[in-house]
Design a binder for this molecule. Structure first.
Ligand code: NAD
Length: 358
């Protein structure tokens, strides 16, 4: 594969590779689009087996951020950084300082933040050499843990889907939650407070018992969560929960949860649609987290404190966008994930045209 032939390349504006021999840094910063504003997306540290695989991941993730940021109606484009290395053994302050210099070299076209293998403490080192870092702690612009905001968006999204598909409120509705980590646990609390009945599963026994104790949720084994008789299935663990194996086992009318990449492939989404199941596209309904981070970027950029009211307004707007996706899916008789992709592409193209004309 060469860079421009990669299926994930799709119109990337820039792909930047940096290495620093002294610290061992090898990083790729992919900028998919700056049409709506500077590209924003986290930095992932992962022991990729080859530079090719790292590039593929950077491209795929940065394009996904363009779509997610557009659907959250943020004045941000999409980008992503990957650092090749093992986050358990190869992290040093100097490595992240070198990463900060790399981000600075991209000249403000890319804002970084946390992702898998990267913590706020790592970003503090990067911050010494660039201002284009969000997801920090202990300053007035800091946005803190995004999980509660992500969970709030999912909660409202589930409420919307239940109203539309079942014509009722959440009281008495059964929701099966796969994974009660950061997002899943907050979601369980919110659903419980709204009167929903919960069935939960997690590979972490302690986490699942804790959430069950305070919400009265029924606990099932991780393998059994797909077979639960529920109205809503909320994947909040890893990607690929809805796949060829689980598709026939999920009886819920609604699939709406926090995990990224819930559909193993687009065909699964088409099958859900054909079966009359309502799928809330993952990158739309879980956009609360990036909205929270965008609140920090905005505050840093303006030299202001973090503004929760701005985040709330964006979250309300996100729900309008989800409604638009569901409306168009019904009107045009098309799967929700296809409609969402189309709206995202149109928003990005519209901004690009405006920018070109300016
Ligand atoms: P987390 O690691 O805190 O929670 C994930 C939970 O899933 C853990 O408790 C883990 O034990 C459990 N789990 C793993 N495999 C499982 C399995 N096979 N069956 C059942 N449970 C399993 O992560 P999180 O921050 O809560 O994020 C959850 C998902 O939401 C991820 O896919 C993440 O990418 C996505 N997401 C998170 C945010 C956020 O704000 N944290 C924002 C957008 C998307």
């Amino acid at each position: 594969m060469t860079l421009f032939d990669s299926p994930a390349f799709e119109g990337h504006e820039g792909v930047h590779a940096f290495s620093d021999e002294r610290t061992g840094l090898k990083t790729i910063i992919a900028v998919h689009s700056t049409a709506r504003g500077p590209a924003a997306g986290g930095c992932r540290m992962w022991p990729y087996a080859s530079a090719e695989l790292a590039l593929e991941d950077a491209l795929r993730l940065s394009r996904a951020m363009s779509y997610k940021n557009a659907m959250a109606d943020l004045e941000l484009g999409g980008g992503k950084a990957v650092i090749i290395g093992d986050s358990r053994t190869q992290k040093t302050p100097a490595l992240f300082e070198a990463f900060g210099r790399a981000v600075q070299d991209v000249g403000g076209k890319y804002w970084t933040a946390e992702d898998v293998g990267v913590s706020p403490a790592d970003l503090m080192h990067a911050r010494r050499h660039t201002k284009y870092v969000a997801g920090l702690e202990g300053h007035p612009a800091a946005s803190g843990d995004p999980s509660p905001v992500t969970a709030e968006g999912i909660f409202r999204g589930i409420q919307l889907c239940v109203r539309r598909a079942m014509n009722r409120e959440l009281d008495g509705v059964t929701v099966a939650i796969q994974g009660v980590g950061h997002v899943g646990a907050y979601l369980a609390d919110k659903l419980h407070a709204a009167g929903a009945k919960l069935v939960i599963a997690d590979v972490n026994e302690e986490a699942v018992q804790e959430v069950a104790a305070r919400t009265g949720a029924k606990v099932v084994s991780p393998g059994a969560i797909f077979d639960v008789a529920a109205d809503v299935f909320a994947p909040c663990a890893l990607g690929g929960a809805v796949n060829a194996d689980t598709l026939d086992r999920i009886s819920a009318r609604i699939i709406a949860g926090g995990a990224n990449n819930q559909l193993a492939d687009p065909e699964v989404g088409r099958t859900l649609f054909q079966r009359g199941m309502l799928y809330a596209p993952d990158y739309v309904i879980n956009g609360g987290g990036i909205i929270n981070v965008a609140g920090e970027i905005r505050a840093l950029d303006r030299g202001e404190a973090f503004d929760p009211a701005w985040v709330e307004a964006k979250l309300a707007r996100l729900m309008q966008t989800l409604e638009e996706v569901l409306d168009r899916s019904r009107q045009e008789s098309r799967p929700t994930h296809e409609v969402a992709n189309e709206i995202a592409r149109a928003r990005i193209a519209g901004a690009a045209e405006k920018k070109a004309a300016a």
